[in-house]
Ligand binder design. Structure first.
Ligand code: FUB
Length: 319
C-alpha cells in the first residue's frame, strides 16, 4: 500500500543548482540506481533496494516512489522482485521503466540461473506502479557478467533502443512490442574521443586516459541531441557523459558531470529527467545513517543545462 515516506524541504536559491530536496529523498530504507520516469503529471523513480548491513549487492527486489512536487514522496513498495523471474535467483540490480501504448516495460538486470552470469530481463505492467510480471518468461538477453544496467529510450520516430554493460557498452534496438530484440546486439567501439578511453581490453595499464566508461548508462534525447551518461573512472565512480547527433553515435566524450566526491558510496548511478519545467539529476550516495557502499540511497539535484545543451558540473548536496 502506498504511503508517504518523506516530506522534504524546498530551499530555492540555497543550493548550487537551484531549488532542491532533502537528500536522500527516501529515508525509510536503502535505495540505489534511481531511474526517473514521468507519466501523466507524476514523476516516478524506480530504484533497487540495498539490504541492511550487506557485504555485497545481494539485492532481492526493486521499488517505486513517486512525487508530484519533488517535496512529498509516496512509497509504492516493491512491485517487482527476483521471485518475479523464474529463471533468476539473485542480484536485483539497476533497472529502468518506460511506457509504450499504455503498458509499462521495466528493464532489469539480475543473476540468471540459466547462464550463471548476469542477464537482462523485462517485466510488464498496466500501471506505473504495477503489478508487474515477467513479460516473456525468459531473459531478454543472457550470458555475461557484462550484461548489467539496461537503459531504454523510445525515439520520436518510434524506434526504441536499449543500452547496457560493464565495462563494455552494448546496444540493441527493440521491436515495437518492447519485449524482443530487433536484429543483432552491437558493442560500441570506445575511443578517447567517444568515451575518454579505448575499449577496456585495449586500455594500456599506466596510461592516464581522459576518462574510462565503467557502467550504469543512461540514454535519452533532448532538443535534438542524444545523451549517454554513465558511471566512469572504475572504483570509485564519478558520472561522465558523451553526446551524439544520432541514437547510435558517433559519440563524443563531453567530460564529467558529477565529479568524484565523498558520497560514502564507491558506486554512482544516474538518471536524468525534465519535470514541470525543471531538470533533475538523480544519483545515489551512502549518506543515510548506517549506509555506505552496499547501503546506498537515491538522491536528486535540480540543475540547468548550459545554453548549448551541455551539462554543468553537479555536486552532491545535503551530506
Ligand atoms: O546496484 C548494483 C550495481 O551497482 C548496479 O547495477 C551498478 O550500476 C552499481 O550501481
Amino acid at each position: 500500500k502506498a504511503k508517504l515516506v518523506a516530506a522534504l524541504l524546498l530551499l530555492g536559491g540555497a543550493l548550487p543548482h537551484g531549488a532542491g530536496a532533502q537528500n536522500p529523498f527516501v529515508q525509510t530504507c536503502y535505495t540505489s540506481d534511481p531511474a526517473p520516469m514521468v507519466h501523466d503529471g507524476t514523476l516516478y523513480v524506480y530504484t533497487g533496494h540495498d539490504e541492511d548491513k550487506a557485504d555485497f549487492f545481494w539485492m532481492q527486489e526493486w521499488r517505486v516512489y513517486s512525487t508530484k512536487d519533488m517535496v512529498n514522496w509516496i512509497d509504492h513498495g516493491s512491485p517487482l522482485a527476483i521471485e518475479s523471474f523464474a529463471w533468476a535467483d539473485d542480484r536485483a540490480w539497476a533497472a529502468q521503466c518506460i511506457e509504450r501504448n499504455g503498458k509499462f516495460y521495466w528493464y532489469v538486470c539480475l543473476h540468471s540461473k540459466l547462464s550463471n552470469t548476469m542477464a537482462i530481463g523485462v517485466a510488464v505492467g498496466d500501471s506505473p506502479v504495477g503489478p508487474f510480471k515477467d513479460a516473456i518468461g525468459k531473459p531478454l538477453y543472457d550470458g555475461s557478467w557484462d550484461y548489467i544496467d539496461p537503459t531504454v529510450y523510445i525515439d520520436d520516430d518510434g524506434r526504441a533502443y536499449l543500452y547496457w554493460g560493464n565495462p563494455n557498452i552494448y546496444y540493441a534496438e527493440l521491436n515495437e512490442d518492447m519485449i524482443s530484440l530487433k536484429g543483432e546486439v552491437g558493442k560500441l567501439e570506445q575511443t578517447v574521443e567517444s568515451f575518454g578511453a579505448p575499449n577496456p581490453e585495449k586500455r594500456v595499464k599506466g596510461v592516464k586516459y581522459k576518462d574510462t566508461y565503467t557502467e550504469g548508462p543512461w540514454f535519452y534525447k533532448r532538443e535534438g541531441k542524444y545523451y549517454l551518461l554513465y558511471a566512469a573512472g572504475g572504483v570509485p565512480e564519478h558520472i561522465a557523459y558523451s553526446m551524439s547527433d544520432g541514437p547510435l553515435g558517433p559519440w563524443k566524450y563531453m567530460g564529467e558531470i558529477m565529479p568524484l566526491q565523498d558520497t560514502g558510496s564507491f558506486t554512482n548511478h544516474c538518471g536524468v529527467i525534465d519535470y514541470k519545467g525543471n531538470s533533475y539529476f538523480f544519483y545515489h550516495t551512502g549518506k543515510l545513517p548506517g549506509g555506505g557502499g552496499f547501503g546506498r540511497s537515491a538522491a536528486v539535484e535540480q540543475f540547468k543545462y548550459n545554453a548549448d545543451g551541455t551539462f554543468p558540473i553537479i555536486n552532491a548536496t545535503r551530506e
